[in-house]
Design a protein around this ligand. Structure first.
Ligand SMILES: Cc1ncc(COP(=O)(O)O)c(C=O)c1O
Length: 336
């Protein structure tokens, strides 16, 4: 089966598992797991930031950041398409008592004027705008990326209004390799960054939240409250260290493969349109008289799995466990 439902489906390679079995462990809640400490230090310095904290999931790193940046009753500016709004179980409200100010942009990428126009005045009637949260790459936008130039403009608006800027960088390395950016440029722009090791990078578990020392000290307290303190977590952190050392540069291969699939998808008679592919996500819009579920069932019978992505839409994602041979097979099967 060629599984294109998500880049979270990858299985750890033999080499990654060997690394996981070979590392030194300790109790990370006591701060004594040397492998977790190494992963946190390496990641913080990669982004030129002071500190990092290892957590079980990207949902947790985002929710910890939101919890620290906001007070109950505050408002978070984010995209209507964002993961923090759509797919974190209402955690912004439930965990932090904050509400959202949703920006409508089909590709999920905010513009600096969106931020500027949606910051509330200092007025007792209005919720305090406490945080701007961006997502890069934008999952529901079809894996599209921000330019550093636009991020700098957004940063300027945030600095002028003294509002912190958070990045959901679940797929930040896809953007970094595709746009030939540097992690340090992100470290200079954002107050906090969440990165995932278990998406395109192919580790089985784990995300990191990066920020300054004071912020990460506060994050350690919130992680404990959220039940995310892990004990001998070095065994999974080792998979993350392996992923950061070996699986970043190869993401360009996933992007090439996604573009190849998109080119075939465009010729498929059931598909109306494919969002231009920038990274590893392909989003197809079905023709009016064709059902996305029927399309998915049809491909599944041919040994290919993909996932519905809203009405009339299908998502396919390339990743570490999808080869050139698999891509050729997908392209052949899309020829109907
Ligand atoms: C953009 C984005 N942010 C955050 C997450 C959450 O990551 P996790 O599944 O590790 O909680 C995901 C998961 O797919 C994602 O796509």
């Amino acid at each position: 089966m060629i599984d294109l439902r998500s880049d979270t489906l990858t299985l750890p390679s033999v080499e990654m598992k060997e690394k996981m079995l070979s590392v030194k462990l300790g109790d990370d809640v006591f701060g004594e797991d040397p492998t977790v400490n190494l992963l946190e230090q390496n990641t913080a310095s990669m982004f030129g930031m002071e500190s990092a904290i290892f957590c079980p999931s990207g949902t947790m790193t985002n929710q910890i950041a939101i919890n620290i940046h906001t007070q109950p009753g505050d408002e978070v500016i984010c995209s209507r398409e964002s993961h923090i709004y759509n797919y974190e179980g209402g955690g912004i409200a439930k965990n932090s008592g904050a509400s959202v100010r949703l920006i409508e942009r089909n590709n999920g990428l905010l513009k600096h004027e969106d931020v500027l126009n949606n910051i509330n005045q200092d007025d007792v009637h209005c919720p305090r705008t406490a945080l701007v949260a961006l997502e890069n790459t934008s999952n529901r936008g079809g894996g599209v990326c921000y330019s550093i130039n636009e991020l700098l403009k957004i940063k300027k608006v945030c600095v002028q209004s003294e509002i912190p800027l958070h990045l959901d960088g679940a797929r930040i390395f896809n953007a970094i390799v595709e746009k030939k950016q540097s992690p340090k440029s992100y470290g200079q722009i954002f107050d906090s960054i969440s990165i995932c090791l278990s998406k395109g990078l192919g580790a089985p578990v784990g995300s990191l939240l990066i920020g300054n020392e004071q912020f990460i000290n506060r994050a350690r307290r919130v992680r404990k409250v959220f039940g995310g303190g892990m004990r001998q977590a070095g065994i999974i952190a080792a998979g993350g260290i392996y992923a950061l050392e070996n699986n970043i540069d190869r993401l360009v291969d996933d992007h090439k493969r996604a573009k190849t699939i998109a080119n075939s998808a465009k010729k498929c008679s059931w598909i109306e349109n494919v969002i231009p592919v920038e990274t590893n996500i392909i989003v197809c819009y079905m023709k009016q008289d064709k059902s996305n579920i029927a399309f998915i069932d049809k491909l599944e019978k041919d040994g290919i799995k993909c996932i519905p992505f809203g009405e009339g839409r299908v998502r396919m994602v390339t990743h570490l466990d999808v080869s050139d041979v698999d891509v050729n097979q997908v392209c052949e099967k899309l020829n109907f």
